[in-house]
Design a protein around this ligand. Sequence first.
Ligand SMILES: [Cu+2]
Length: 302
Amino acid sequence: MKTVLASLLAVAVSGGAANAAKPEQWQFTLQPAATPIMEQIVWFEEYTFWFIIPIVLLVLFLLLFVVFRFRESRNPVPSRTSHNTIIEVIWTAAPVLILLLIAIPSFNLLTAQYTPDTEPELTVKATGYQWYWGYEYQPAEGAEDAEAVSYDSIILADGDREGSGKTDLEEYPRLLAVDNEMVVPVDTTVRLLVTGADVIHAFAMPAFGIKNDAVPGRINETWFRAEREGLYYGQCSEICGKDHAFMPIAIRVVSRDQYNNFIQSAGGDLQGAFTQLLASIEADKSKKLADASVGASPTMTE
Ligand SMILES: [Cu+2]
C-alpha cells in the first residue's frame, strides 16, 4: 500500500508522462498551455464559446418557433408585415456589439503574440527543410567567438531509439520524437525566427500557442516563454511535400543550468551535449521520485 501511494504521488509530482505536451488519444480540447500566450488563447477560446452558445440556442428557438407557430394549418393567412423598426434596430445593433466584444480582446491577443513583454534573452532561428528542421542559436552575450551552435532535428527513426536512449514511447512518441530537440531554458523569453530553405513550411507548437509560416527568402518572428520544464511536441503545419507528415518539432524546456551546460558544449560536441543533458534530466527525475517517496512516508505512518 505504501509503495502504491508513494508511486502515485511520484506520478503526480513528475506530471505523468514526464511533463510532455503532445496529442493524446481522443483529445478534443487544446493541449495544456505552457506559455502565457497559450493561456490567453485558451481564455479567448472559452470567452468566444460563451457568445456562440446563446446565439445558437436563440437561432434554434426562433427556427422552431417559426416552424410551429406559422405552419399552414395554424396560420392560413400570412401577415403582409415587412418592417418593424425596433427589430431592425436590434438586429443591426446587437451583432455590432457582439463583434466589438469579440474584436477588442482578439486584437489585444494578436498584439501580445507579436510583442514580448520583456526583451528576449535568447534568439533561435528555425529553418524548415524538406523534410526536417534546423536550429541556429544566437551566440551568448560576450561569447561571440565561441563555437556556433546549429544543428538539424530529424524525426527519430525506430532503429535509433535504442542507441539514443529514447525507448519510452510515452515520452518519445512515434512520428513526433526527433533525434535532436530544440533546447531552451525555462522562464526565458525566446525570440524565434522562422524561415524556409526550399518550400513553405510552418512552425507550429500547440502548447506554446505558436504557428508561424516558414517562407523561403523571408524571416518571420515570434516569441515564447515556456513556464514549465518538459518536452513539447508540434509539427510542420504547411503541406510541404511527400514527407510533410514526418517533420515533427520537439522543444525541450530545461532549467537554466542545464541549458547553459548544454549550449557550452553543444558547439564542439553536439551528441555529447545531448547525452549529458538527458542524463541530467533523468537524474532530476529520479531525485523528484525519491523526494516524493520521502515526502509521502509521514502521511503513511499517521
Ligand atoms: Cu510540412
